[in-house]
Structures are given as C-alpha cells and as structure tokens.
Design a protein around this ligand. Structure first.
Ligand code: SAH
Length: 543
C-alpha cells in the first residue's frame, strides 16, 4: 500500500503511526502524504511529505471537512507562506538541480533570494512574495535552460515549454533518439526537464523508439499531417525529405506546429548512430501542464460561510485558482489557501470571468468559479457552460463539476417561515438578457396559476417600472391581502425583513439585494411568520 497510494490518512495516535511507517520511509520526493487524525476528530496533523507530497494541503481539506484544527509544522507553513518547492506544481513545472532543503529553509526564514525567470507563467507572483536585497542568500531559477553553475546556493524550476521535433529513419531505437535529444539539449544549454513533448509527422505515430521514449518519460507525442507541416515555413527545408514524405520538413515544422510559434530555438540537427535522427526545438509561449483542467462551478449560498455546503467549501479550498465577483471572494476568504491564485473581478464582467476560467482550465488548472446562491440559478455556472458549448467543448475536457448552493428564494423563505410549501416559481425581473414581453407573460401565468412567486432582481436604480408592472399583474389575479415577504441581504450583516401584503407592496422599499416572495391564495401570516399550508389539515383550509 505504501508504494501505490498518493496519500494515507490514519485515525490513530501519532506515536503509533510513527512506529508503523518508520521502516517504510524512503524520501520526501517519493513517500506518500501521511496525515493523522486523532480519535475525537479534533486535530489533523500533517506528518510526512507536507509540501511536495501534498500532506499539508490534504490536512487543511480534512480539517475543514471535520471542523478540526489543522496542525502544520513545516517552517513555511507556520509563517503562512507558500513553500518554494510547490511554487511550480500547478503549472506542471519540473524540478531541476539544486539544494531544495537549504533554499526552502532560507525562504522560510524570510532571508533574501533572487528570482530569475526566463520562461513560464508569472501567475505564481500573486502568491509568492520573496524577500529581496542586494546580497541575496540564494537564487531561484525559473527557466528552460540549465542555469550556469556558480557558487551561489540555488534551485531551479523548469516550465515545460520546449517542443522537440523529431524525424528519424524507420526502426531507429529509443536509445539513439534519447542520445540525440540529450546531445542537442547539452550543446544548446537547454534543460531536458523543460521538454513539453515530442512532435513528428503522423506516419511516425507508430514508430516504436518514439513511442517507448514518450512512455518512459511521460511525454505527449504530437503528430501532424504532411499537409499541415508543408504549410509551415522552415529555415532548412529538404527536397529529399519532401520527395519521401510529402513535406520538406518534419523535425522543424513539427516542433513549430506543436509549440504554435514561427521560429525555432534549435534548428535542425542531424544525429547518426544506430539509425539517424533529426532534432529541432521550438519554445512555446505557454508551458505544457500535463494536467487535465477542471472547472468547479460553485454556489456560495446567500451570504454566510456556514450556509455553504461542505462539498462546495472543499471545492473552493482545493482549486488552484478561485474566480469570482469581489464581494463573494471576500465572503469566502476563510476558505482560501495561501498557495491559491485569486482573481476577483468587478460585478459587471461576468463574461470575462467565464472566459478567463475556461482559458485557465483548458491550460490544465483546477478553477473554482464562485457565484452567490446557487451557481446555476441566474449565476455564473450557466454562463460558463454556454460559453464552453459555443467553443466546441467535448463534454469532458476540461471536466465540469457543479456544486449546488442555497439560492436566494430558499434563504429568504427560511427567514420568514415556510412560504414555499406549495408549488412555486422564480421570475427574474431583469430584462437585460430577457425581453420584457416574455417576463410579463410569465408573471401573468404565475399570478393566474396561483404559484407562490419569488421575484429575483426586482428593482435597480434605473429599472423601476418593471416592479410596478409586476405588482399590478399580481393585484389583478390575487387577493390584495395576500402575504408578501421582502427579504433584503438574507444571512448577511445588514439583513432586513419586511412582511406586508400585496396591496402595499409597491410602497415598500425594494432593491437589487432583495428577494420578494408573493404568497398563494392560502398563504397566511402568524406572529410575523409566513406560512403556506400544504394541506395536511384538510382541503379548504385557507382563510
Ligand atoms: N445565483 C443567485 C441569484 C443571482 S441573481 C442565487 O441563486 O441566489 C441576484 C438576485 O438574487 C438579487 O437581485 C436578489 O433578488 C437575489 N439575492 C441574492 N442574494 C440574496 C440575499 N442574500 N438576500 C436576498 N436576495 C438575494
């Protein structure tokens, strides 16, 4: 079990766990994450493989689920700082040479370090703030090259930006291809850990040496048709190759196609040993993450942390990136983790929020998009899925998970009693995206059919006529004494609740933070509570 599991959670005394795992421990880069929960479920301890193995992250998640106290004893954890050895994980960066233990200790002491970034995303800068000075104690390289060794203490992250184009004779063994790549990288000062993948022509998709190499190194093999390769203008076209496979370049054109750029960092190099290999390397602008992106569409309920489901809380805490409207990001602050990238956007930019989330998920990140109430009820979830569909999404990548939340009508109802105990409907009075005629038709139908009706987005500063018309429609079909609840900012600090009747509704203050619940013909009030009978006490129970 030790070798096959990514993480193990023990519900045992820490001492017993230490004795159990002691003979199995090898190295923090390979050991599984070990987390210990005490029997009462009060504490969750990150015991082993805290950073790289993810035990710290798992500890925080388990603690949150149990309502327990997380115990993290790693140096950077105790300072609330993200650790330098997890900096590149979300982006699929590979670790290169360096003394990670020493540099981590320097960072944790908040001594100065110099960061030199030559490739890869800069999103990490939102999360990691290194102390700097004129005489840094260590260097952190973020590069696709092999940094020149000097006396400074240093570590190196390699973003996977290099696409290696390969052409080879049929039957060239894996070893020859490997040697060719190693030699070209060495000669050009490029890090093999920065290789994103291998690119070639489609007729080489079954080339055994290439397939074995990709399997061994867990690299993707991207293949392109002769027609696609033919359309790329390369530095070293070859008429011999053109006559053979129908394109004057395989290695150069494939590298450029895979990297989606129009230049090379290494032009065609020919390597001859057992078989012959040509190698060319192109550098992509964005690194390959080797991860399948995920989109969590999360409803955060009406406004208090304890009104968010544990599943939704977990989704928020475990995402790489959290995107949402500023106000909701504020609300969920206690759930956010030090290593998470947070993108709070103004309320008007829903579309941009959805596009950004899709872009990051397509790139391989796990992105939580948060919306108040239920994300799929006049929320962001619908917008994200609509946009995914419009861009030809295959239904799987990125994967989608929707986390339901308590919607405004439920929250408002709960604050005044049980007004929704019979058939009900929700109608948004916002005609920004829906034609007013359609809204008016639904209002009339709901009023006529005696649905209890929740009005969302009832009135804004500029949009007031719609609410007046809605009141008039309901007064036409319902008793003027029909109870109405006006709930503003339910479950938030400045919550306001007014119980009134239909004939006085128009004179009651209502705005965009308000949900209006109009009762049906049986709804009644009782000591400031609103009750819609279900009929348990017999038909004709209305007064
Ligand atoms: N996705 C949200 C609705 C967004 S539409 C949900 O499921 O609740 C915005 C409207 O929701 C507001 O105009 C208001 O009518 C209602 N609303 C949202 N939160 C509310 C709250 N805490 N109290 C009262 N109404 C709320």
């Amino acid at each position: 079990m030790w070798d096959t599991q990514e993480a193990i959670v023990f519900c045992l005394a820490a001492g017993a766990v230490v004795r159990l795992i002691a003979p199995l421990l090898q190295h923090k880069s390979t050991d599984p994450a070990v987390v210990v929960v005490d029997e009462a479920g009060k504490f969750v301890v990150s015991l082993c493989s805290g950073h790289t193995g993810g035990a710290d992250k798992l500890t925080l998640l388990v603690a949150q689920l149990l309502g327990a106290t997380p115990v993290l004893t790693g140096a950077s954890s105790s300072l609330g700082l993200p650790a330098v050895d997890i900096l590149g994980v979300p982006f699929g960066w590979q670790k290169g040479v360096g003394d990670w233990t020493k540099v981590s200790a320097i960072v944790a002491r908040q001594d100065a370090v110099e960061v030199i970034q030559e490739s890869g995303s800069t999103l990490w800068q939102q999360v990691f703030k290194f102390a700097t000075s004129a005489s840094p104690q260590a260097k952190v390289w973020i590069t696709h090259r092999t940094p020149r060794g000097d006396d400074t203490l240093q570590v190196c992250w390699h973003p996977r930006v290099l696409w290696v184009g390969i052409g080879c004779e049929r039957g060239t063994p894996k070893e020859t291809i490997t040697q060719a790549i190693t030699q070209v990288c060495l000669a050009n000062n490029l890090a093999e850990n920065a290789i994103a993948g291998i690119a070639t022509i489609d007729i080489k998709a079954d080339e055994v040496g290439l397939i074995e190499l990709c399997q061994e190194r867990n690299l993707p093999l991207r293949t392109f048709t002769a027609k696609v390769l033919n359309s790329i203008s390369v530095p070293n076209p070859s008429p011999v190759v053109a006559a053979e496979v129908g394109t004057p370049s395989v290695a150069e054109a494939a590298a450029m196609s895979a990297a989606q750029v129009d230049s090379l960092v290494v032009t065609k190099q020919i390597y001859k040993s057992q078989g012959a290999v040509t190698v060319a390397i192109a550098q992509a602008e964005r690194e390959y993450t080797n991860r399948n992106g995920k989109l969590f569409l999360v409803g955060t309920g009406p406004g208090k942390l304890d009104q968010i489901t544990p599943a939704a809380q977990n989704a928020i805490s475990s995402a790489d990136v959290v995107i949402g409207y500023e106000l909701y990001i504020d609300l969920i602050k206690p759930l956010l983790q030090p290593q998470q990238i947070i993108e709070a956007l103004p309320i008007t930019q829903e579309r941009q929020r959805a596009e950004r989330a899709i872009e990051l998920a397509n790139w391989g990140l796990t992105v939580a998009v948060v919306s108040s109430g239920d994300s799929g009820i006049y929320g962001m979830a619908g917008l994200v899925m609509e946009q995914l569909q419009a861009t030809g999404w295959d239904g799987k990548t990125p994967s989608i998970q929707v986390f339901p939340g308590i919607t405004a009508l439920q929250a408002a109802a709960a604050r005044v009693g049980t007004p929704l105990m019979h058939d009900f409907c929700a109608i948004s009075l916002s005609d920004l995206l829906t034609p007013w005629e359609a809204i008016e038709k639904r209002l009339t139908a709901a009023a006529q059919a005696d649905f209890i009706t929740a009005l969302y987005n009832p009135k804004s500063q500029t949009r007031t006529q719609q609410f007046a018309t809605a009141c008039a429609i309901f007064l036409k079909y319902r008793n003027p004494n029909t109870p109405v609840a006006i709930v503003r900012s339910a479950y938030r600090d400045n919550e306001q609740i007014i119980l009134t009747t239909l004939d006085k509704l128009l004179d009651t203050p209502v705005d965009m933070l308000t949900t209006v619940l109009i009762g049906n013909q049986s709804t009644r009030t009782h000591h400031n509570w609103m009750i819609t009978p279900r009929g348990y006490l017999g038909f004709g129970d209305s007064d």
